[in-house]
Ligand binder design. Sequence first.
Ligand SMILES: [Zn+2]
Length: 507
Amino acid sequence: MHRYLFPLSLLLVVLLLSACSPSPEEPDPLELYYPAFNAEELPEDFDASVLPRYDINMRVDPAVRKIDGVARIHFTNRSDRPLNDLFVRLYPNLRQLEGVMRLTSIVTLPDRFATGMGSMLDDTAARITLTESLPVDESIDLEIVYSVEALKQEGYVLFGESEGILSLPYSYPMLAAQTGDPANPWRLEIPPQHGDIAITDLALHTITVTLPSDIVIAATGTELTRTETSPGWTEHVFVTGPVREWAMIMSPDYLVESGEVDGIRLNSYYLPQDEVAGRAAYKEAAAALRAYNRMFAPYPYTELDIAEAPTRHLGMEYPGLNYIGIVTYRDKSYSQEQLVAHEVSHQWWYALVGSEPFRYPWLDEGLAEHTSLLYLEYFRGENTADRLRTIWKTSADWAAANGYDNVVGQEVTAFNGINYEILVYGKSAMFFDALYKQLGHDDYLEVLQTFIKLYRFKNPTPQDFLDTVKDVSGFDASALYQQWILTAVPTPTPEPSPEPTPQAGAP
Ligand SMILES: [Zn+2]
């Protein structure tokens, strides 16, 4: 494993050591990551030096869809109590992802103490028992040797290979998110099939991926170097700013359209047969990025990728990387443009403001979905925006008439594959739309701008949002919140009725 450790790993160790004993002569511990983000966009009270840091080396063999990796994780105990255990997530083992992730060994650095390890949550998490407890505010370095395997399948694939594209998000041991509650410090939920996956905290990453040289890779963060390390194999080194997860997708066939928008590198990856749509996706993402930079807040990272993905007509958001489903490139019955507008908005609603897709999926998806309406209204006019409003309403009416309505303000497990999109996207977006109409365009945007200013790189609650509305506009949104987010129609006796028009945008 160590033969493909990149010298940057050594540099990182030096930098980490320097973080423990700062002195004016020593380098800035964040210097390695600066190529990936604009430090001026961080809040003044934001201390990136205490974030977990991942330094991962992995070798990906796409022919057999297998990863062998070594993850070094630097972790500081910020939980207000000594920790005897740490938890990492093995998301590829989720039933819906159908992958296999194994941890081969775990040691602590630099002493290389072996640690105990136990599987839990249907093998989607590992409890790492430390040889001695980790005091509050102390740091530890773990080295985890691991492997991941993925399937080749037809149809919708979020994790694995389909249509000549290999999608490998969640392909490293990810620290479980922390709660801030000393009595119960870890987030240990199992994400259901219909929702988003990762429940994580912000972290910094250095990821070295060694791949066959003909493979084109799109990934979270910024690629620092690309080096052919042996005949036919190329090493790609990525770094990130403070982000909630790292993801990658690749294909030997990808073409890429690249450019700059507001100083941000934008790349659109697409298959050769979908070149027209792939170039259109670039233009749409550029328009969205430019618009949201002005409407909300500047995108704080230096690169954004969108990639044609084997996710049918659906999209998926990762920090700095958005999947746009392959069907939207080939079948215009679903709006590629609205999907791009929705997914790019997740760089603000999820990546920047941690909108908690597990606990408050409506806050996450409702804001993203309504933002796509703002995009359509701005670029395509009121009639196009109204068409999206009609889809939301028609779908919500269908759900109400057929026993699928539910209280929107619940965690992701309260929904199912039928009503998740209708309610958590559409009905929730109707709440934001009612607020938009109530406040008017300028005040509504001021609310969102303030919400970002207060909660970027944090995880706000619904009450935080309502308080922001009140503080900025003076309007008490409780009644609208009650109507759209906390109220469901009584369940009628279901009668057969036609399926509603599916919406773009999930998850
Ligand atoms: Zn979404």
